[in-house]
Design a protein around this ligand. Structure first.
Ligand code: NIG
Ligand code: FE
Length: 406
């Protein structure tokens, strides 16, 4: 009887283990996989005796944990290229939102689309992320903004997970903005989410977390607090779009509710960073939105580092603020625009991204007991992963111990 299903030898391993320095590099490494999990990883010379059903030499290639995109809105219909042109001509995101465009323009298109249309247009986006090494990703609702259409989006996200090898975590973002039917009645809409949508989502197991947008063009901290209390009653962890365009105390709010993460954070104050550190919330940085909106104020990177806040990086793939369906590009942008080191970018799309999804017990590093989600690369050093733009370097993606298709 074999001890392992797959043994990868002659690999340069970047484990990204938190206990190891830097990338957790093992120069002449091997990794043994059994039942979809990592059974052993370490220097070749220390490998215990054991039989493997299959053994493959990687010829000195680098392997890392498969990448994790922990913040996307990749189920949507239509596009907002016209708004992009408006913004190039000086009209702001807030102005566009206040005149019925922005998120609401994608809501109109998404409501009009069938579940099949949404699935068919989202699938290539999922495949594009997988083609660059992503094995786990998050998808938010938030372009339905009524019971029927939010459920439709979450069902599509679940079906994408069932139809591909990837793990897809879905997040209820019904509190993304106030829908037209509730114009001037945001509190009533929050009640609808809490009283009708959340119970149904929970009953049907359609979401893994609840998110909200805390901003003057979306919801106030007290409105979100009410929703978060209800989410926690349903045993759903929370996360927050926080302090993207102004300091609305979003980081503090997220910390108060022990959020998995607070995302964006361009305007987060020192007190907000300290609150996140105390709560152990992950800072998810979204440089694609920063770039696309032409923002100039960067998230408080130095304060996040100084306070030991874990930093993740995500694509934020969406048609309005981040038409970027590439986590590799987000890594490069996080480096160039925010000054993250290439190591922070890789840790931010593996170990810390897993934490932002509440999955760090199970993935995000190459350590014994974790899921065998492994990316094999044609690179000479992992810093290259935050360096090239649009350059295919993935040699192979192994998900749950199995090689995935092209
Ligand atoms: O993460 N900030 C709010 N939510 C999205 C944008 C969604 C949209 O504009 O369609 C974001 O940037
Ligand atoms: Fe977002």
């Amino acid at each position: 009887m074999a001890d392992w299903d797959l043994l990868l030898t002659d690999a340069r391993v970047a484990t990204l283990a938190a206990s190891a320095p830097e990338y957790g590099e093992i120069g002449d490494g091997a990794i043994a996989i059994a039942d979809g999990s990592i059974a052993w990883v370490g220097p070749q010379k220390d490998r215990p005796a054991g039989k493997s059903r299959k053994t493959r030499s990687l010829g000195g290639r680098w392997i890392t944990p498969a990448l994790i995109d922990c913040h996307t809105h990749l189920v949507f219909a239509g596009d907002r290229s016209q708004e992009f042109e408006q913004r190039l001509n000086g009209v702001s995101y807030e102005e566009i939102a206040k005149t019925g465009g922005g998120i609401l323009s994608t809501v109109r298109a998404t409501r009009a689309a069938s579940a099949k249309e949404l699935f068919d247009t989202a699938l290539p986006r999922v495949r594009a992320l997988a083609a660059e090494g992503v094995a786990t990703l998050e998808i938010k609702s938030g372009y339905g903004l009524d019971v029927k259409n939010e459920l439709k989006m979450l069902e599509v996200a679940r079906r994408l997970g069932e139809s591909t090898d990837l793990t897809i975590r879905s997040t209820l973002l019904a509190a993304h903005t106030v829908p037209p039917e509730f114009d001037g009645k945001a509190d009533d809409y929050i009640d609808l989410i809490g009283d009708e949508l959340l119970p149904e989502v929970s009953k049907r197991g359609l979401a893994d977390a609840v998110d909200a947008y805390c901003e003057s063009i979306a919801f106030s901290a007290p409105q979100i607090a009410k929703l978060f209390r209800q989410a926690i009653d349903f045993d759903l962890p929370v996360k927050l779009h926080a302090d993207q365009l102004s300091d609305g105390g979003g980081a503090e709010l997220a910390a108060y509710f022990n959020a998995l993460s607070a995302d964006h954070l361009e305007y987060t104050s020192a007190a907000g960073v300290e609150a996140m550190a105390a709560a152990g919330a992950v800072a998810v940085l979204l440089p694609g939105a920063f770039l696309t909106l032409g923002e100039t104020r960067r998230p408080p990177i130095e304060a996040l580092r100084a306070n030991g806040v874990p930093i993740a990086v995500a694509s934020d793939c969406n048609p309005g603020t981040s038409p970027i369906c590439s986590l590799r590009n987000a890594m490069m942008l996080a480096s160039r625009l925010f000054g993250l080191t290439p190591l922070e970018c890789l840790a931010g799309t593996t170990r810390e991204a897993a934490r932002a999804l509440g999955l760090s017990h199970d993935r995000g590093t190459l350590e014994v007991g974790k899921r065998a989600d492994v990316a094999i690369w044609d690179i000479s050093h992992p810093r290259e992963l935050a360096y090239w733009i649009g350059t295919p370097q993935l040699a192979e993606l192994i998900i749950g111990g199995h090689t995935t298709g092209p």
